[in-house]
Design a protein around this ligand. Structure first.
Ligand SMILES: Cc1cc2nc3c(=O)[nH]c(=O)nc-3n(C[C@H](O)[C@H](O)[C@H](O)COP(=O)(O)OP(=O)(O)OC[C@H]3O[C@@H](n4cnc5c(N)ncnc54)[C@H](O)[C@@H]3O)c2cc1C
Length: 305
């Protein structure tokens, strides 16, 4: 079986930036992507802080990223990674839904996915009024009332995005202070069809075939009320996409992957990680790209040896 110099798992900003550099250095590299190339920016309604663009819709920026990768001639393998192991000879085995691959080095750049609320009916109503992505599914809720749950930038931005489509947008957050940027809170608060409610948590999702409402509870008073909404978007944090990493000592207790800050190498020789999958407080496109660049540089040095 062919042995790649490097396999990059995940085609987001981190994987793309690393792929372009490794290909430019003449390495035999491929990027494996299980969903949409471009990564999480595909579901960002608006990117406010990417150099060169004052404001750009996430999907448009994702296309730019993918174009850079294509123009560099980097091989893409559309497949979902299910297992990553290392054998006694030091080769990495990457198993996917539709094939298996071997590599001398691997960069894990698979990012994170949205955390679930763990409420009854959440799974049944997923796709029937419940979604974790307003940009992907917002158009289903034109003229309807929706609830966004969360207090970070993602929740705030998706709430602002939904005010253009929905009749009314509620946003609940469990604390009175927001983790997200103050200017986004102000922007949302000033919109005529948006209501911010704090400190509230969701306690039940209502509906049988589709969402008809959400019962929310005030964390200070215990008061409960029902918001009659047809759409609910839980945006309460992220969990790392690292379930497939089957090598001891690589992940921490949260499933994120600690690395050396300079080389992005994990505790395992030849195995690198970068982007949102790392333990970090701020997850941003430029940070992922920097990780991709540093990992690529270290991989080139490592393979020279
Ligand atoms: C709503 C929203 C708004 C945002 N706004 C901004 C902003 O304004 N500015 C900013 O800088 N950042 C913003 N971000 C954050 C930014 O999108 C991320 O920090 C960035 O995309 C992370 O890049 P990454 O390459 O680490 O991972 P990702 O972009 O998450 O890419 C990981 C890729 O790996 C793939 N993958 C996952 N598991 C597997 C598997 N098992 N097999 C194969 N492929 C897999 C995924 O499908 C994905 O394409 C926003 C995010 C969201 C959700």
């Amino acid at each position: 079986m062919k042995v790649f110099d490097t396999l990059i798992l995940g085609c987001g900003p981190c994987g793309i930036r690393a792929g372009i550099i490794l290909k430019g250095a003449g390495l035999d590299v491929a990027v494996i992507e299980g969903s949409t190339p471009g990564g999480k920016i595909n579901i960002a309604p608006r990117v406010d802080n990417y150099p060169g663009f004052t404001k750009i819709p996430g999907p448009d920026l994702a296309v730019e990223f993918f174009t850079w990768l294509n123009d560099a001639g980097v091989e893409m393998i559309p497949d979902m990674v299910t297992s990553l192991t290392k054998d006694e000879e030091g080769l990495f085995h990457v198993d996917c839904d539709n094939g298996s691959y071997l590599a001398k080095t691997v960069l894990v750049a698979t990012g994170t996915k949205e955390r679930e609320l763990d409420l009854p009916k959440e799974k049944e109503l997923f796709g029937h009024g419940l979604s974790y992505c307003a940009v992907c599914d917002g158009h289903f809720f034109k003229g309807q009332d929706v609830l966004i749950i969360g207090g970070g930038n993602t929740a705030l931005k998706e709430a602002i995005y939904m005010t253009d489509l929905a009749h009314h947008v509620y946003l609940i957050h469990r604390r009175n202070e927001f983790r997200g940027n103050k200017y986004l809170v102000t922007e949302l608060d000033n919109l005529p069809n948006a209501t911010i409610l704090t400190p509230y948590i969701p306690v039940a999702i209502l509906g049988n075939d589709s969402v008809t409402g959400v019962v929310i509870e005030n964390r200070e008073t215990g008061e409960q009320k029902t918001l009659e909404v047809q759409g609910v978007f839980p945006l309460v944090g992220q969990i790392p996409n690292s379930q497939f990493v089957n090598i001891d000592g690589v992940k921490d207790e949260w499933g994120t992957i600690p690395v050396d800050p300079k080389t992005k190498q994990t505790k395992v020789e030849g195995l690198y990680a970068g982007g949102d999958i790392l333990p970090r407080d701020i997850r941003q496109i430029y940070l992922s790209e920097v990780d991709g660049k540093l990992a690529a540089k270290a991989i080139i040095e490592y393979l020279k040896k």
